[in-house]
Design a protein around this ligand. Sequence first.
Ligand code: DAH
Length: 339
Amino acid sequence: MQEEIKRLEKEAQEAIGSAKDTGALEAIRVKYFGKKGVLTALLRSMGALPTGERPKVGQMVNETSQRLEGLLENRLAIFQKAEKQQRLAEEAIDITIPAREMRLGRLHPLTLVYQTTRDIFLGMGFEVREGPEVEWEKYNFEMLNIPENHPSRDMQDTFYITDKILLRTHTSPVQVRTMLAQKPPIRMICPGRVYRVDEVDATHSPMFHQIEGLVVDKGITMGDLKGVLDVFAKALFGPATRTRFRASYFPFTEPSAEMDVSCSVCGGEGCRVCKGTGFIEIMGAGMVHTSVLQGCGIDPRVYSGFAFGMGLDRMANMKYGIADIRLLYENDIRFLEQF
Ligand code: DAH
């Protein structure tokens, strides 16, 4: 028995000496001192010894246990210290490194002009509507009174998907959608992308943006049209802005007009931007054609309305003095950072 205890102590000492980390030490502790440990078993088996031998052997086991436990604890302390040191080193944060610069994003000039425009019309009681960019030919042309032989229906000008479905060439089909869905009074604007077959140059892009407007109610007149659009132009381009309306033609309005605003660069004196005229055209407008109202189930003897449509890209360029529409789509950070 005593031989066995000595042998066990030696074996345990060697194991402790060659353990590599706290995990290994824990395994040793369990092996010798655990519930099913070797030394625990020895103590239990003492009952089988002759009574005379028990105290001596008991003392030996106890002393051995104490030595081994001391050894274990020392080694454990050493490993724990080393492991803590290693963790501290790994998790070290260098608080002297300068903070990474926060890059603030900016709104795109198109978004800026849209938001300003939207807010002006919201302030006059308009709602915002949206419609699909892939549109029925019927809504884009037919119900807007645009006849079969109209040049804008040409394959040269319009991206057709089938002969009944196309990429909308303007936001005006949203007028139709709104009137089909809702009875007057209607006061809405509709922003969105529109598409036309065009080569890209400084003033053309096959995709650009428009904002449409529609008001339908009892007793709406050309005076309402001029008043609303004049308020809008002054709010967007400044209080000194003057507006003028020229007679024009659109199939879906009668009478039709084009609205010019005094040039924001020269104030109306005449310059390179306004080509010496002092004015710049910014939108088409007019009284909603009775056939369009009727086609959408609105009785033109009871209701009348006005509509307008403007190019958002053009207005952004005017407002910010941008000379080339391509800049709006190239995502060049040096350009975008200026807004
Ligand atoms: N849809 C026209 C275009 O794309 C613009 C326009 C003109 C819209 C007159 C209107 C309007 O609502 O009344 O050129």
